[in-house]
Design a protein around this ligand. Sequence first.
Ligand SMILES: Cc1cc2nc3c(=O)[nH]c(=O)nc-3n(C[C@H](O)[C@H](O)[C@H](O)COP(=O)(O)O)c2cc1C
Length: 543
Amino acid sequence: MSASQSDPVRDYHQRTKHRLDGYAAGPDTLDWDDQPVAFRDYGNCPRVGLKLREGGPAFADIAAGIRQPSALPGSNSIGALLACSLAISTWKHHGTARWAVRCNPSSGNLHPTEAYLALPDTDDLAAGLYHYRPQDHQLEQRTAYPQALSDALFGDLPAGSFLLGLSAIPWREAWKYGERAWRYCQLDLGHALGALRYAAALLGWQVHSLEHLADAEVAALLGLDRASDFETDEPEYPELLCLLSPACQAVTLPYLLPEDLSGQLAGLVWQGKANRLSGRHLYQWPIIDETVRAAMKPRTALVTEIPSPLPPPLGLDCELSAVDLIQRRRSAQAFDGSTGLDRDAFFALLDHCLPRAGLPPWGEQVEPAQLHLILFVHRVESLQKGLYALPRDLHALEPLKTAMRSEFQWQAVADCPPHLPLFQLIGADARRTAARLACQQAIAANGAFSLAMLAEFDQVMAVGSWAYRRLMTKAGLLGQALYLGAEASGLQGTGIGCFFDDGLHELFGLQGDEYQVLYQFTVGKGTPDSRITNQLPYPELRG
Ligand SMILES: Cc1cc2nc3c(=O)[nH]c(=O)nc-3n(C[C@H](O)[C@H](O)[C@H](O)COP(=O)(O)O)c2cc1C
């Protein structure tokens, strides 16, 4: 039996490919009356209102890593963090329909990601575990921490530190997308993490994603292992715990949760129960839960490999405040088919996609990138139309050349900054091909460029099945850099989760699983839909 046959997570990846001759298994019809509720609600819990955030530094300064003064955690600053990351940014209206869109994007706007905060005592928030409610920008307190637990969790951290956990409810996505939905949960998680990192930078906070922790530990901390508090057919899974702390203070890593955490938590009073999201569950997708179980992560060592240092990023030409830019970010549903991007802005946007430690949306530590970009360039000033490659770390250049189509030219793009390894593979009008392979979506053809994120799949998966989640999360994180980078360039982006996996591999000349495309993205000038009107969220919190 080959390695790929023996790993259920690799099997899931193969099985959930969209193919030119058939889509991955999904519902035959959408059961609209049974659409899962968009918002988690624990019901009978004490709630705390949060503040909104207006004004503040320019997005270009945040993207350049210009450090902001560190705020103290409290309802003001945590309100600002969430208002610029996971909150509703607009209510949309069309006829009698009304729906919310958020600062973070989500496949199908279905938002499987939930957020929890584990806080020490702050000025106006008591120590405890809270769930974030985007529906009213409030926290609901699931449990209060006694002093001993608060000391055990936060005692060794710099003052002003706290924990933020992310989880996923796959049913929200699976209701619409069937088996492929779990991929989207992972991509959405990366977007949420990226959104948090940009927002944290506004507050002078660093965000360490504590990837070394085991899922079981994170589940315990977030109260997700309390089976009787959740509907059995709507499981919510732990994904990631992050440590937020003042950017100016060093944090000793690895941060570990207390050994007897489960015991301490079991002795606390827990409040509320998770709401049921939908009643019928007409279609079921058991492969998702089986794959989640196979991809559960044990505690692991910290990754210590670091990439070669990069020069400071090329400036993004944008005068908007970060708050305005983050809250105006939208996925384009159609592009005008004519507006392009000038060459320098294109280089700056690509440069924003290179991982630099400490700059949002990247972490405080970055590893050599194992996700690379294959670009379909349609309308970039004085750049020939065609296929291009951007290995996001130079270690990948020679292996990619060997693995990809032999007729690709790998011609370095003239005038490209030396640290940005952009290569032309072939000159061609690739618009029709780009749209066709993105499940016939015109947005892949009508913008300035679209791209595929190509992962070093075999290499990463050799670490363990759980590594699939980290890889997908990184693709989502990169997607978030592209979304905000596109807005900062005066354009819009759209993540593309619907694509024909092996059609792309064939186009690139790739065989086997050494490389796999995990996500696509497209950038161009969005055309607004004049039938839809927008309304600001949380009017009761505005002056
Ligand atoms: C992982 C992911 C996959 C997506 N796939 C597609 C896609 O294939 N086609 C599309 O038009 N939009 C796609 N989108 C965009 C979402 O539909 C969009 O984020 C959602 O409707 C919310 O709108 P907003 O991004 O403006 O907040 C995707 C977004 C994400 C995060």
